[in-house]
Design a protein around this ligand. Sequence first.
Ligand code: HEC
Ligand code: HEC
Length: 193
Amino acid sequence: MTVRRLGTCLSAALLVSAVLPVSVRADTIDEKAAVCSSCHGEKGVPTEKNIPIIWGQQEGYLYLQLRDFKKGARKNEIMNGIAESLEKDDMKELAAYFAAKSWPNLDQASASDADVAAAKTANSAVGCSACHLDHFQGTGTVPRLSGQSHEYLTKTLAEFRSGERANNPGMTSLAQATPEPDLKAMEAYLAGL
Ligand code: HEC
Ligand code: HEC
């Protein structure tokens, strides 16, 4: 009993001392993140279908994309403008902030049996999951794909293929080497996971 009460006091004290400095920092990052939420969503569900989920995305990947948008290595009018005003520390902080959130469920349709079969065959041939990992959860600078917005996956793979998204030559070659119907099946499969 006494031990348990002591434990409660101790954790309450730890909580207070831990929460105070964190909440001071949280105000700043919350302000920085608020602008992002107007498009990427208050609860992580993007406001438009062609805007990607960033909640729960890999931290290393989020940072690299912000850096690439700032450098102009990845072109997108909206994100280039936003990243321009960010310093390296802001980008690191925002990447850590969004990576720590939980991935939202967009309730997208599961892929048809035909798309699942075609996607599995394409994955065996190209080895997407060798980098994106078995459940397409990504790791480090390799993004999570499972449950990502279908429209966004279609848009960005088409842009890798056309060379419009040129910040990763490896993904460009892979998208060009994969027949378009296989990519369509992969997009439906990944969105439905
Ligand atoms: C006005 C809408 C808008 C705002 C505000 C916005 N974004 Fe974006 N963001 C987009 C769109 C659209 C894309 C997709 C760009 C593309 O298709 O290449 C995107 C892409 C991204 C990506 C790439 C994700 C991926 O899967 O490759 C990251 C990271 C990102 N945004 C982070 C942020 C952060 C952090 C903020 C706030 C500082 C922010 N965005 C604010 C619209 C917005
Ligand atoms: C050799 C490792 C590797 C393989 C194999 C690979 N990818 Fe990728 N993929 C990456 C990396 C790294 C990125 C991040 C590129 C960047 O930094 O912009 C990426 C990015 C992507 C994106 C963009 C995600 C986003 O949020 O914008 C999609 C979609 C994608 N890959 C799909 C696939 C598919 C489908 C396959 C199989 C046909 C595949 N990848 C195979 C490494 C790989």
